[in-house]
Ligand binder design. Structure first.
Ligand code: FE2
Length: 238
């Protein structure tokens, strides 16, 4: 994967990805060719204060977690999920006392604008957000996010895990090869929702990530409208 410089051509070293539109073309190419764009904590996508707030609200505030064994697409999983926004029939904010504070950060206009520039789609909205906690032995089986909602464009995965082994994020590319992403602390992985992907088993430590999905469609989940019955809402995404 190509090394990304977050500095712009005018030598303004303070410009992060949200202010530097000259980087968008490179990100579009990455997304098309490799199925994902990976930003690190130098990217300025979140400030240190915002990262700290997201980690505090998500991990230390009493957000309830449930164990999930089967994902939306029927893929086997082993993961603990804390829900901020569900998307069974339509987007629904849950655990509001915690999730509203977190959604205010991740849904900030500057971040949605970045996604709109990246995808060339406007307006976009966030629908579905959750925290996935993965201990040793946890994994997420291969699946396609658009099987959960055909209008998902990209997922954004914020990595909170500081030290863990395994847990690689694997994307199946159209040419048969794999993009193997090793998420690091405070990395941001933006992934296409039409490519199959999985999370390999965590071998040691705890891999904790906040995952959310952006869509051009803000109404009812059109997967739900096209199916006679909806699977269990106790599901997860990588
Ligand atoms: Fe996924």
């Amino acid at each position: 994967m190509q090394e990304i410089s977050y500095e712009n051509s005018s030598n303004d070293t303070k410009a992060g990805v949200l202010e530097n539109e000259s980087l968008i073309e490179q990100f579009v190419q990455e997304l098309c060719q490799n199925g994902a764009v990976v930003l690190d904590d130098r990217s300025g996508f979140f400030s240190d204060e915002e990262w700290a707030a997201l980690e505090t609200f998500g991990l230390l505030s009493g957000l309830p977690y449930e164990t999930v064994d089967v994902g939306d697409a029927g893929e086997p999983n082993k993961v603990e999920v804390g829900r901020l926004m569900t998307d069974v029939e339509q987007p629904l904010v849950v655990n509001e006392s915690i999730s509203k504070k977190m959604l205010k950060i991740i849904c900030a206009p500057s971040r949605l604008k970045f996604m709109e520039n990246l995808l060339g789609i406007s307006p976009l909205s966030v629908r579905r957000a959750q925290i996935n906690k993965m201990h040793a032995g946890s994994f997420i089986g291969r699946h396609v996010d658009q099987d959960s909602n055909p209008d998902y464009e990209v997922s954004i995965v914020l990595q909170f895990g500081r030290a863990f082994d395994g847990g690689e994020f694997i994307i199946q590319l159209p040419d048969g090869s794999q993009n193997v992403i090793v998420p690091t602390f405070r990395s941001i992985t933006i992934t296409r929702c039409d490519f199959a992907h999985e999370v390999r088993p965590v071998l040691a430590g705890t891999r904790t990530s906040l995952v959310y999905f952006v869509s051009r469609h803000a109404g009812l989940n059109r997967r739900y409208l096209s199916e006679a019955a909806v699977g269990s809402s106790a599901s997860t995404m990588a």
